[in-house]
Design a protein around this ligand. Structure first.
Ligand SMILES: [Ca+2]
Ligand SMILES: [Ca+2]
Length: 612
């Protein structure tokens, strides 16, 4: 749609008539559903949906809970064809207004039918499972709030996922001269389905089905992102490469319904594998008292006296949007040069004189823009070179195998401590007693990320535990098995041991050099070493060991590739250059110590990562 403002003014009267249902369907309308679950596009009575334009985001991504973007007015805007339910633990449901076209009858909400989950593959959604009439078409009542959170065993089928305020019609200004009457509809679920009734007609919201394709409970606005009439019960994700093991264990419907990830609602990609990770830091305890570290205090992962990765200054100028003055806002920062990389996702932008934001996404053709959520207000409109810093994510190495938009950190606050348990998966963690005694109260159900699934089997995520004990000097992390997260998936990274070991090699006055390897034409090549400081070295080491242990939970046993060295247990031999090299290697000469730390995985290795 690219009309000029003049054209919009010229046809406004005509459009208003269309929105009232008296004209052709250039404004969005939802026709009533017929007995065969297709839409009756001949019906003179339809409904439309409206939200306040200024409440909508500037942009959306594939993960976004709803698809609508603002057009920059203070009016109410037609969102019929882009709206999807929004719900989060903090904000609860975001209201959408139902407008009835062609009738003055107020809509009512059809209460949900009884249903039990999960369903066998191929079973129709029980709320759209009608045969001869639409009398059994009802509002949904899926278990819990989203695929990963909410009460599992106490599903109340008497409650709808939506509450329709049908007795409180609201006048909505939709143009400077036009208003309509809307009825507020509030989602109580991440991906529920409202069925509203006007007279004897029933309407599925968001729109599901078309004039020829029957409704199946997945809205058209989401289905169309993936270009096919998706099977709700299928699990079809492809992997990193053509030969990768299929799937992420989450059915397409459950990927649509979506997840709460660190408090934010997302929908996942039904065609690409998604991985869920929860960080526990501090992680190990003796007799209920957490172990602390001489180098970092409470935790080196965040919340202690030193936090890794350590942020570094940049020589770019940063443009700060006005909305960055509001804590919680998600805004786009723009730098004068391409300073942002994938490694910064879930890292931070830090103003030296105040202002902090957690990076959500890196955008722009030259990586000059980053979308970030404000955690501490920014007061300036721009930040000069070297007056702000960028922190990389602890998960930069994991991102080379599972891109950040598909690696979901549950209950995670970057740069802070993270509780042993999170409500964003089924959490049965009890304790990690130093010397690798991991206590899980219910290992069968522990780490399940889809407890409220509509289809399929239980799928697990990975728990990354920061161990601060120095019971031994070994810097090797610990993976409780090498397999997919459904068979293994608890790992420990011993941060204080990493610091102690590296410090033992860099006495005062030592020059520190860092090199990392790349795989070019099937051969690993170490790059020319560059001089770095201790903090940068420790940051790279933390990213290596953290990503390395996550990779073990993706079923990784290395394959011989681009080298004559053979595999080394579940690792590459030290010094190969791959993300699962057994150790960081060093050389020392004339007061200079060079550290060789892998930062990528071989493509053959990546091809066998298994999430399911
Ligand atoms: Ca899937
Ligand atoms: Ca997926």
């Amino acid at each position: 749609m690219s009309w000029s403002k003049g054209v919009i003014r010229g046809v406004l009267g005509g459009l208003a008539w269309a929105w009232l249902g008296l004209g052709p369907a250039q404004a969005g309308v939802v026709p009533p559903t017929k007995a065969d679950l297709t839409l009756d596009v001949t019906s003179p009575i339809t409904v439309s949906l409206y939200q306040k334009d200024s409440d909508l985001p500037a942009t959306v991504s594939l993960q976004s809970p709803s698809r609508c973007t603002t057009t920059g007015t203070q009016l109410y805007r037609d969102v019929t064809d882009c709206w999807l339910p929004e719900w989060s633990p903090a904000s609860l449901g975001k209201v959408v207004y139902v407008v009835v076209n062609g009738s003055t009858t107020a809509p009512i909400l059809v209460p949900p039918a009884q249903a039990a989950f999960p369903l066998a593959a191929g079973t129709p959604n029980p709320f759209v499972n009608v045969t001869a009439s639409v009398t059994t078409l009802t509002t949904s009542a899926y278990p819990g709030k989203c695929t990963n959170i909410g009460i599992v065993t106490d599903a109340d089928f008497a409650l709808a996922d939506f509450t329709l305020g049908s007795l409180s019609p609201t006048t909505l200004q939709i143009s400077p001269t036009t208003s309509v009457v809307g009825y507020p509809l509030t989602p109580n679920d991440c991906g529920g389905m409202a069925v509203v009734q006007v007279g004897n007609l029933k309407f599925i919201l968001p729109k599901s089905g078309t004039a020829t394709v029957p409704a199946n409970g997945i809205p058209e606005a989401w289905k169309s992102l993936y270009g096919a009439n998706l099977d709700p019960s299928a699990d079809i994700d492809t992997g990193f490469s053509g030969s990768s093991p299929c799937c992420d264990g989450i059915s397409t419907f459950d990927e649509y319904r979506g997840f709460i990830v660190s408090g934010r609602q997302i929908r996942t990609d039904p065609t690409q594998r998604d991985l869920f990770v929860h960080v526990v830091n501090p992680g190990d305890s003796n007799a209920g008292v957490f172990v602390t570290s001489p180098s970092c205090g409470t935790s080196c992962y965040g919340g202690g006296t030193n936090i890794y990765p350590v942020p570094s200054s940049t020589s770019a100028t940063l443009t700060v949007p006005a909305a960055a003055a509001t804590v919680g806002a998600i805004v786009t920062f723009t730098a004068s040069s391409g300073v942002f990389t994938t490694a910064h996702v879930l890292g931070e932008i830090i103003g030296t004189a105040g202002g902090r934001a957690t990076i959500v996404e890196v955008t722009g053709p030259t990586s000059t823009s980053a979308t970030a959520q404000i955690t501490q207000a920014f007061s300036a409109a721009s930040l000069a070179a070297n007056s702000w810093q960028l922190r990389e994510s602890l998960f930069a190495l994991a991102y080379v195998s599972v891109p950040p938009e598909r690696l979901h950190l549950l209950g995670y606050a970057p740069g802070s401590t993270n509780s042993p348990q999170t409500s964003e998966w089924v959490d049965k963690f009890a304790s990690l007693i130093p010397a690798q005694t991991l206590n899980i109260t219910d290992s069968v159900n522990d780490r399940v990320v889809n407890p409220n699934r509509i289809y399929g089997s239980a799928q697990k995520g990975i728990r990354v535990i920061e161990g601060l004990n120095t019971n031994t000097s070994s810097v090797l992390g610990w993976s409780f098995g090498v397999a997919s997260p459904n068979q293994a998936g608890n790992v420990v990274v011993f941060t204080q041991r990493i610091i102690s070991y590296l410090d033992s090699l860099i006495a005062t006055g030592t020059t520190i050099q860092y090199s990392t390897a790349s795989l070019v034409n099937g051969a690993w090549t170490w790059k020319p070493p560059v001089i770095v400081d201790r903090n940068s070295l420790l940051s790279k080491a933390f990213q290596f060991y953290t990503g390395h242990e996550i990779h073990h939970s993706l079923s990784l046993t290395p394959q011989v590739q681009g080298t004559s060295k053979v595999s080394y247990g579940n690792h590459w031999a030290p010094g190969t250059g791959d993300c699962v090299d057994q150790a960081i290697t060093t050389t020392s000469k004339s007061g200079t110590v060079t550290f060789y730390i892998p930062s990528v995985c071989g493509t053959v290795d990546e091809g066998q990562f298994a999430i399911k």
